[in-house]
Design a binder for this molecule. Sequence first.
Ligand code: NAD
Length: 248
Amino acid sequence: MRLQERVITVTGAASGIGRAIAVQAAKEGAKVVVSDVDETGGAQTVDLIEADGGTAAFLRTDISREDDAQALVDFAVETYGRLDGCANNAGIALASHPLHETPTDLWLKTQAVNATGTFFQLRAQLAYLAKNGGGAIVNTASLAGITPAVGVTAYAASKFAVIGLTKQAALEYVGKGVRVNAIAPGVIRTPIFDNSSPEEMAAFEALQPGGRLGEPEEMATVVCFLLSDEASYVNGAILNADMGATAF
Ligand SMILES: NC(=O)c1ccc[n+]([C@@H]2O[C@H](COP(=O)([O-])OP(=O)(O)OC[C@H]3O[C@@H](n4cnc5c(N)ncnc54)[C@H](O)[C@@H]3O)[C@@H](O)[C@H]2O)c1
């Protein structure tokens, strides 16, 4: 139980990779603060954890709202007495466009959630962890933040920002006992692809090394490793969990 008694917040925990992280962290002994804009899905994640004998509580937060980041830290401390780790996982992937056709509102919304939202979370979390004995943070970046892909300018730029924030925070806070890492998932089977056609999904699948998509649970175990003391000398790393898609 490598996260025994740790208090861990997970954003975007109502669905997909975030739900899997929350469930896995609880299995590994953590008390989990499940956070999302989706209250129904968040409550379902708490139910899943509690049905398995774990401990979890839900707080509705929108990571693009500045005040919600501090509210999440405060809720964790008020509910479980402390905060030890954070999985900053919430993110959006809106429609694909060539760069010159990317609508301004799509660009701004994507940056507001994925880039600025991660910044707001980190700022509140680092202030707390630096003052309270340290901890571990894992951001969810993307394969799209490592290597460019056609048609996803806004999303890719936002995930390059997540990687930049991860490295910046890792260096600035290592002296305060805080490790900050990221995972860069390949293509993972989650509801984020609900708007993709079966043809697009088949094309994604065919492109993956090994010929299959990843499963959310395969990301969750990696995130829990990085949150745990097993990764005590890992800081500022971007762990590519993509079956080798970026092995070049
Ligand atoms: N699925 C993939 O192939 C893949 C690949 C690389 C990276 N990612 C990243 O993984 C993360 C999780 O994605 P997923 O595939 O599980 O998608 P998902 O859509 O299943 O889950 C995303 C969750 O984030 C929540 N969310 C969206 N905007 C939010 C906001 N402003 N505040 C709080 N919560 C918000 C949603 O309600 C949802 O529950 C995202 O950051 C995504 O960019 C996914």
